[in-house]
Design a protein. Sequence first.
Length: 362
Amino acid sequence: MTDIVTVKNLKVIFNEGNEQVYAVNGVDLNLRQGETLALVGESGSGKSVATHALLGLLGKDAVVTADEMLYGETDLLQTSRRQYTHLRGQELGLIFQDPLSGLNPTMRIGRQIGEGLKVHRHVHGRALRQAVFAAIEDVGLADPALIARKYPHELSGGQRQRAMIAMALVMQPKVLIADEPTTALDVTLQAQILALIKAQKAKHDLSVIFITHDLGVVANIADRVAIMYAGKIVEVGTANEIFYHPQHPYTWGLLDAVPSSDDQRDQLFTLPGTPPDLHQPIKGDAFAPRNPYAMPIDFKKEPPLFQVSPTHFVRSWLLDPRTPHYQPPVTIQKRWARFAQLHAEQTNDPVVESQQAGGVPV
């Protein structure tokens, strides 16, 4: 598949008075045509900042640098504010985390959904009303004429989120960035919104970046998953590789935070401590102070990206061939066993344990 978005060595520093916050610290990212890429990590890991840098939405206090930042053939580093406005209006869609902050409380829903069509496509009158009603109906809201007349506070949480999705999709963008779109919703509404995004992606041939702190949310929606920690991507792979063949201890912790229906569940792998202070450049591996598997080198030198497969990369010294043999948590061993079973069923070729990679199946 062709890459529709390419980002290399993205860095974002915020100036806060006399201090600086190193929010994004060298992110490499690519989004392929027609895929859903999930960007997963704790609050403050840099997920939203990285994508907002891509969209040109960061304020004047943000210093954005990158070796490369492309949308198709368009160099976003050389894009003017006017060109960015055009791209966001027509080709790059965004669903905000909180509909109440993303919607204007003083403007009717229909007017907000139609604003982009008026400004960028010069659609007016009956054609505009029909397009707005169609967009509202397309996201599963009954009686679009009634919904269009309402203000945001007159809608339920689920209705507001659907209205936000209609706003993002009415211009038929090529790329949709969904920034924690299910965070404030209950489990039932979460499932409905996820199903809606998945259906709209298929219908409109979208490429989607789905941002979340919850790996469980992306289990049935993502083609690939990138795990972020302290402004860096520490693991990236296909959804199957991340869920059943995870290699980074931070990913292990995120997976064990996902609720399970297994009554016989083993002791969970928990992560002690908190994310690092990003007001100072980090020496070594940012995850080292929280990593039960940390070695002396973790505190001295940042690990490179190690390749596990053609699609799976991990930033951890555990993948170095010189690393002594280690035993991952039981819950993760079970995931690895399931991955080996799936691999064998699909290829008739068992996954081989590599002692040179610290006992990690590769």
